[in-house]
Write a protein that binds this ligand. Structure first.
Ligand code: GLA
Length: 495
């Protein structure tokens, strides 16, 4: 939350200097999705003379308004958090705000905000269990690999997309390359029945049949929920139904749960996260089915310190990724201090892959994949696999890069040198090999020349360029020329 809390109203129209209506109060907009779900955004506005301040209340968080401007009955304001930005252009028509919401990635949607009789209703807090250590479930000995629907499809995911993605993964070599989990992210949720059992919405007519289909392709099936009453997209959450939902997921054949903090922040303090996540960790184990447990709460409350204690196999360490170099850099290059917390069964997760979503160059996507491999990060593809370009497939499926990510030692790598815009990262591998990645973070071509001894390494016996898939002639120096945002990734054999 980087911007000022108070925005000046700019009166652009000299002939109409007065604002038609004082906007002070709570406004609510509802978006009805094609699946019937109603998602709400609240705007708490305070107008004082020519100044406007306020808060946008999303299902997942509250953000201050920034960059307000008024021209007659037209209003612009925005809200921003790390890799995401929301711009609202609105017009006051018959006492309601007609809004166009533009997202940072260019998507747009229209909304109508009306004066709300009451604000957001939050259910009472259910007491949390005492802390204990949930035993390790024995899963994710290597960083999980698979595909997740969110980065490309957002709310536009349905049964047919999951089936055809499973078909694609079984046919295009990704399954053989190690990608095994297909995870349906947010917006599958429907209503609870009178017994409290959750059902999918109409986009997913039969979840058990879908899981069976994914399994029949030799793949595993994953799903998404939240400890809060509502998911980040404002669908039904697991609050107060944790054991019941874990049992339902197990009965459907779920092998992986991504559990996202979202609206839980309205009920619990950050310091209560461990108990909240423990509750679902216990419920998953009580379900009797082996289910990989993926914690998603942006790395709050130093999750890496207690993630294994709630039965977590991986935990997000960052805010949401986006399909651009700035976001990849922010999420990936910040991970150095967390290396000691990764180990087989328990992984830091700087978020899912954006490779192939179209916002970056192939050099940037190779850097993204290389950095995630050095970090022993989960590799969850996030593009449309039904129509994937050969160049993208060759990045996602590069066996030698994947072998570094999946290395049996399970030791996360880190930064060993910075030379202006160039960074050199190292990861120790089983059997004594070493992975080295040289990244050019700058916008100009970079010439790199560094002695192995300056990296505290002896001269390697063999040097393998894993992207070019060829052996280089070992020399005393590491020398390369890198295009902007490009990477050289090598596997060194030391004797
Ligand atoms: C959060 C998560 C994302 C995605 C969305 C779904 O923002 O961090 O990865 O799951 O919620 O609403």
């Amino acid at each position: 939350m980087k911007n000022s809390f108070l925005c000046a109203i700019i009166l652009l129209c000299c002939t109409n200097p007065l604002v038609a209506e004082d906007l002070t109060g709570t406004w609510a907009s509802v978006h009805v999705a094609p699946d019937g779900n109603r998602s709400y955004t609240y705007f708490d506005l305070v107008q004082k003379g020519n100044e406007l301040s306020g808060i946008v209340r999303f299902p997942w968080g509250d953000l201050p308004l920034i960059e307000c401007a008024i021209s007659g009955n037209r209003f612009h304001f925005a809200a921003a958090i790390d890799n995401a930005r929301f711009d609202y252009n609105s017009q006051l028509v018959n006492g309601a705000l007609q809004m166009t919401l533009s997202y940072h990635d260019g998507r747009q949607t229209t909304l109508l905000a009306e004066r709300a009789a009451s604000g957001l209703v939050v259910p009472p807090k259910i007491p949390l269990p005492a802390l204990h250590a949930v035993p390790y479930n024995g899963l994710a000995a290597r960083p999980p690999m698979g595909w997740n629907s969110w980065n490309h499809f957002h709310g536009d995911v349905d049964d047919a997309i999951i089936r055809s993605t499973a078909d694609a993964m079984a046919a295009n070599g990704l399954r053989e390359a190690g990608y095994s989990y297909i995870v349906i992210d947010d917006t599958w949720e429907g209503q609870r029945d009178p017994q409290g059992v959750i059902h999918p919405n109409k986009k997913f007519p039969d979840m058990k049949a879908l899981a069976d289909y994914v399994h029949s392709k030799g793949l595993k099936f994953g799903i998404y929920s939240t400890p809060g009453p509502k998911t980040c997209a404002d669908y039904e959450g697991s609050y107060g139904h944790e054991e019941q939902d874990a049992a339902t997921f197990a009965a459907w054949g779920v092998d992986y749960l991504k559990y996202d903090w979202c609206s839980a922040f309205r009920i619990y303090a950050n310091s209560e996260m461990r108990a909240v996540y423990q509750k679902m960790g216990d419920a998953l184990q009580a379900s009797g089915r082996p289910i990989v447990y993926s914690l998603c709460q942006s790395g709050k409350d130093n999750v890496w310190e207690w993630g294994p204690l709630v039965g977590g196999n991986l935990w997000r360490t960052t805010d949401d990724i986006a399909d651009n170099w700035k976001a990849i850099s922010a999420n990936g290059f910040s991970q150095d201090p967390l290396a000691e917390y990764a180990a087989p069964g328990h992984w830091n997760d700087p978020d899912m892959l954006e490779i192939g979503n179209g916002g970056m160059t192939d050099d940037e996507y190779r850097s993204h994949m290389s950095l995630w491999a050095i970090l022993a990060s989960p590799l969850m593809a996030g593009n449309d696999l039904r129509s994937v370009k050969a160049s993208v497939l060759s990045i996602l499926a590069n066996k030698e890069v994947i072998a570094i990510d999946q290395d049996a030692l399970g030791k996360q790598g880190g930064r060993i040198k910075r030379i202006e815009q160039v960074e050199i990262w190292k990861r120790s591998l089983a059997g004594g090999d070493i992975a080295i990645a040289v990244f050019n973070r700058g916008n100009d071509v970079a010439k790199v020349s560094v002695r192995w001894s300056d990296l505290q390494l002896s001269s390697p016996a063999k040097v393998r360029d894993v992207w070019e898939e060829k052996n280089l002639i070992p020399a005393k120096e590491l020398q390369t020329v890198l295009k902007p945002h490009a990477v050289l990734m090598m596997r060194l054999q030391m004797n």
